[in-house]
Design a protein around this ligand. Structure first.
Ligand code: NAD
Length: 471
């Protein structure tokens, strides 16, 4: 009897154990992902024959870059204006859904004494612009859902593409950009302007010269109360998108600069992320008011944590709903130093970390607080990035978020003129944009880890370090 009881108990334990382990393997499957080794893994399509990696790709030099602009709402006309200040470009076409927006940009050209461009109006008019054979570059500043269809069409018609942020709205769209760029051998650069901002690019230069030691942790964010803007997006596209999409839908301004500091797909890679968001309160209120919605997918505050191959962590935040000062964080925590942009701009270093010739006389460095403004200015001047040395003055005159937008356009055209690899490649566009769907997927499944696809298909270690090519 005793023996029987023990045996029964043992069997019962084994049975419960087996049932539990069955329960522990959650059935998580989406259309394009599955559950493997404790995390969600999105399908990674094999490279199709005939496609080649775009890592380090340089096109033939283009002495005069002929450009067509698509999307001329709040953002587009600023780009048209900046291009009137660039040498060696011709603005050939202007395209929007509204004739009045095209006219506004024709006026910018007239003010700059430049010839009128061909106007294109209507939802499919971009196709005619992309089909022209006298255009080299299509510059896209439409709402997010039109980025990929237009970019793909443009590349398929032989044009290089520059596309606003985020370049793509889903993992599947990211692959579309990568595959089309690899198949057509056309550049696809996302217009991530914040990597050219003065603090970010200076800090990148400092990071590359080892001033922070080994970077272990980085932070980035898009915290921008958009309550003054929700009424201004064409056809309410932005609130409509956020109403339908959970996750960090606008990650690239905070993420791009820290990915560069961590050499992502240039000797390092993003491994996996987890995401946790708050409920929606203010977002929902806007959507109730403007759209009659009773639900809102996007949390008011979204937090994402990402682990890299080299053992670093990245924290991202997204909040476009609550009253807060504007903040992109931009923070680098290294073994020997620290950089922080928002809300206080400053650096901290270990004593001895800064070369003597950089330090003002009598300056002291302690590892517990920010360096003085005098030291900060001296260090920033000493480590000013060569790109800023070249173009800062003009960029500040032309403007665009204090000049960084002009630096971005200048670099894009400089690299095309000289047949150089662009500063940001299609893999950056995909890696920085995929955070939207990946973070949403994690949040939807109680913050489960989600693997970040390797859009280079195994080549993430072939290039070493972020480079800004010059002739
Ligand atoms: N990098 C930055 O700092 C920054 C700043 C603001 C906006 N943006 C990006 O710029 C883009 C545009 O934002 P916005 O604020 O100008 O929005 P917006 O609503 O003011 O403008 C979008 C424009 O796209 C046009 N459009 C839509 N579909 C089109 C189509 N099929 N063909 C031609 N035109 C079409 C609309 O007519 C509209 O004029 C977005 O991707 C946004 O994320 C980037």
């Amino acid at each position: 009897m005793k023996k029987f009881n023990l045996l029964t108990l043992l069997c019962a334990i084994l049975l419960v154990g087996a049932m539990q382990s069955c329960n522990q393997a959650p059935i998580i499957e989406g259309e394009n992902y599955s559950f493997q080794d404790g995390m969600i893994v999105f399908d990674e399509p094999a490279r199709v024959e005939g496609q080649q990696s775009m890592l380090g790709f340089a096109a033939e030099p283009i002495p005069v870059v002929r450009v067509g602009f698509i999307g001329l709402g709040m953002r587009g006309p600023g780009a048209v204006n900046r291009f009137t200040h660039l040498e060696g470009v011709e603005i050939k076409g202007l395209c929007d859904l509204e004739q009045s927006n095209v006219d506004k940009c024709q006026e910018i050209l007239a003010q700059a004494n430049l010839p009128k461009a061909e106007g294109y109006v209507g939802p499919e008019a971009y196709k005619q612009l992309c089909e022209r054979d006298d255009i080299d570059l299509i510059y896209i500043a439409t709402d997010w859902v039109h980025h990929v269809p237009i970019a793909v069409y443009a590349m398929e018609h032989g044009k290089h593409v520059a596309v606003e942020v985020p370049a793509a709205t889903s993992v599947e769209e990211c692959w579309q950009l990568v595959d089309t760029s690899e198949r057509t051998r056309r550049h696809c650069m996302m217009l991530e302007n914040c990597v050219y901002d003065f603090f970010e690019l200076t800090s990148l230069n400092m990071a590359q010269q080892g001033l922070f030691g080994e970077i272990l942790h980085a932070e980035g964010a898009y915290i921008h109360n958009l309550s003054d803007y929700w009424n201004d997006y064409y056809g309410n596209w932005r609130l409509d998108f956020n109403q339908k999409h959970r996750g960090d839908v606008y990650a690239t301004h905070g993420f791009g600069p820290v990915c560069q500091a961590l050499n992502i797909h240039r000797g390092n890679r993003l491994n996996y992320l987890v995401c946790m968001d708050t409920k929606s309160v203010n977002g929902l209120e806007w959507a109730q008011k403007k759209m009659g919605s009773t639900e809102f997918a996007n949390g008011d505050h979204t937090n994402t944590l990402i682990k890299t191959e080299l053992g670093q962590t990245i924290e991202l935040q997204h909040n476009v709903y609550t009253p807060r000062p504007y903040n992109r964080l931009y923070q680098l925590t290294g073994t020997k130093g620290f950089a922080n942009k928002y809300p206080i701009t400053g650096y901290t270093f270990m004593p001895g970390q800064l070369p003597d010739e950089v330090l003002p006389e009598g300056a002291t460095i302690n590892p517990h607080g920010f360096v003085s403004d005098e030291v900060k200015e001296a260090v920033m001047a000493a480590y000013k990035h060569p790109i800023h040395q070249e173009i800062e003055e003009k960029a500040k005159t032309v403007g665009g978020h204090g000049g960084m937008d002009f630096v971005m356009d200048y670099r894009l055209i400089y690299c095309l003129h000289n047949g150089l690899p662009l500063d940001q490649d299609v893999y950056d566009a995909a890696e920085w944009s995929c955070i939207g769907e990946l973070s949403a997927t994690s949040a939807k499944h109680n913050s489960i880890p989600v693997a970040v696809p390797d859009f280079t298909r195994g080549d993430w270690n072939k290039l070493q370090g972020v480079k800004f090519h010059t002739k």
